[in-house]
Each structure stands twice: as C-alpha cells, then as structure tokens.
Write a protein that binds this ligand. Sequence first.
Ligand SMILES: *Cc1c(COP(=O)(O)O)cnc(C)c1O
Length: 426
Amino acid sequence: MMNAADLTKFDREHVWHPYSGTVNPRYCIEAVSAEGVEITLADGRKLIDGISSWWTMAHGHRHPKIVEAMKRQLEVMPHVMFGGFTHAPAVELTEKLLKLAPEKMHWVFYSDSGSVAVEVAMKMALQYFYAQGKREKCKFLSVEHTYHGDTFGTMALGGGAGSMHEYFSYLLTPHFTAKAPSLGFDNFQPGDIEDMRRIMEQHSGEIAAVILEPVLQGAGGMRIYSPEYLRQLKKLCEEFGILLILDEIATGFGRTGEMFAADYAGISPDIMCVGKGLTGGHITLAATLAADEIGRVISGGDPGALMHGPTFMANPVACAAANASMELFGEYDWRSNVKAIEKQLRCELEPLRKEAGVADVRVLGAVGAVELKNAVNADEYTRKFVELGCWVRPFGKVVYLMPPFVITESQLGKLTWAVNKVIRGN
Ligand SMILES: *Cc1c(COP(=O)(O)O)cnc(C)c1O
C-alpha cells in the first residue's frame, strides 16, 4: 500500500479528476473513510461534508441500513444482466419509486448515471413521436442556465455560449432555449412564461419535449424559481402537444423540502429523471420514469421497443441500496429535518447579503446558496474551508451548502460560520 504522499503524487501523475487538467490539476486531497456527515482525511482530520458529496448523500455517509442492504445483496448476487432476467431488488425498487413519484408515473428505466437517465428521457420523447409517424418532432426546448449532464445529448440541452459546455458547442445539436424563469420561489413573472409560449407558437411542430430542472436549477447557478412557472409550463405543453420532462436528479428525494420539486407545483410530468440521491448517495444508479401513455405509444409503433440497454442496467447492489434509502424516508422525520435546515440556513446565511461582494442569498429546503458578484477561485476557497474543518466546494460565483438531512444544528452552524468567515475574508 502506498503512503499518503506517494498516493497523491501518483494521482497527480496519472488520474484525471472532474473538470481538471493534468499539468496543473485542481485541488485534491485523500479521503480514507466517511460516516454520517463527516469525511476523514488520510492525515486524520475530519471534515463536515457541507455539500453531501455532490448532492447525493441524503441520509449521511455510510448509513448502517444502506450498507447492510448492499452487503446482503453482495453476498447473494452482485450483478446479473437485466436483458432476460429480472430480480427482486429492481422490482421492489420500482414499486417504491412509483409510490413516491408524481401520480402519472408508471414505467421505470434504470441506468447508471444521471446523464444517461436524461439521454434515455430524450430517446423516450423522440420515440414517442417517431412511433406516431411524427419524425419532425425531434427538437428539445429548455431554459437558460439549465444543466442535464456531460454527455453529448445532454450537453446540447444547455450548451450555449457561457455555459460549461461551450467548448463543444460546434458539435452540439441545436435546440431551443427560452428565457430563464426569474429568481425567487414566490416571484412568478408572466413575462417569463411568455417567452416559452412564443417559441412554442413558432416551433411546436418541431419540438418533442420541454426539459428543465423543477424549482431549483443546480449546476447552472443554484437558481430558485416559482412553482407557478411550472404549472403554467405544464398547461402550455398540453396546449401545444409537447411532452414535459422534469430532471429531478438534483432536486429529487427531499432536497428542496418536498419529496420531488414537482410536488410544489402539484404537477405530474410525462417523463422524469432521478439519480444522485436515489441510492442515498452510496453507489451509482439513475432512473427515467414515464407515464403509462409514453410506454404504450413507444411500444405500439416502429420499432416496438425503447432502444437503450446499459450493461449494468438495474445493478442489484445499487437497487438494494436504493431500496434501503427509500425505506429510510419512512423511518425518520426528514421533512422536519429539512425544514429546520432551511430555517437555520436562512438565518445564518442571510446576513451575508449586506456584504459588498455578495449579489444574492438563496435558500430552499436543504439548499443554501450565496451568489457573489464575481467568480471565485474555487480551489483557494476549498482550501480555506478545509482549514476550517469543512468540505465546501464553490463553483462559478456560487458558494453553497447542501448538507445531508441528518446534520445537527451545531454541525450546520459550523458550516455557516465557515461560509461567513471565508466570504467576509476574515
Ligand atoms: C448531476 C446532474 C445530472 C448528471 O448526473 P450524472 O450522474 O453526473 O451524469 C443531470 N441533471 C442534473 C439536474 C444534475 O444535477
């Protein structure tokens, strides 16, 4: 086994990290274990995970119930192909997911990452119209600041100038982009939805589906908008014969305070994507849910099947983890936890609004974001947070917290103290 210094050296010389270079790689430290809201480093220091390991770890790291379920499955059948086989972990998960999901959801397609779940949602929408002979309905409509993944299909949904995908824009399929909804959970602006209507009026014959992240746009800048926008959008989609795809990969499973962000609007999409928190963050798994009609129409026309099938589709260990995570939602009062987190985030981050460098403070559920006026040096900030015993990793202009739902008041207090201290520069 390598010592910590050799390990990070070898890593720097051979391992690629997310959105990082090789010559001058991003800040990176060795983690050796994790439990609850804490990550332990190779040198023994413990950090409070302020961002739930990229928004995944809903019930905390290494949750005993999830780990136990994974171990049990691992000893029986770590994997079996899903082509030609089914298994209890997948079927039970499907039953649980459909019980929690908006009412119209009826079919579930499993995949191994959020990006792929969105690719599958896109294929569903395209095949839904293809099966009806409407091959010209092959474009998507999204909004500014949207994010749906890093694969080519998903990058095309939000790959315009200024986005993180702009380096590939010359290769991306052109789609339609509407004005982003105005910021503010209680701030519905009729003009925002008018831009959607304008595009639909001109192009509904070409558009298969609208896709967006409900209520909270995550990677595009932690932008919170009104559920009323979604209600109006749903009506427009029905009026113009366009499907609605909600990407709940970041917002799903309680993060915004409701089980799904769509629940704030009381709407049911035609297709919906989940990922990130699906397994309580313990192992990779994603799913694309669809209304009964979507499944029936796709299968009733040419080619009679949904044309996708990942090698590790519905991996049993991942499904077992997700089953345990779904059960946990019934075993503790996560809603009260998220409410308490929201209240504390509001109270302890809101004062930053008065700082000269701060543009906005936004809080919803277990998400608190401070938008600065200028982009920050993310690595420099991360290093400062680590020195304060916290794991917070800003992007762009946004310093944010997205803690696990089991965080205590004092642990969250330490995170907000660190955010205040780092932003105030003292
Ligand atoms: C993270 C994310 C994705 C992509 O998921 P991966 O598992 O990273 O492929 C897609 N959509 C949204 C809203 C996300 O937050």
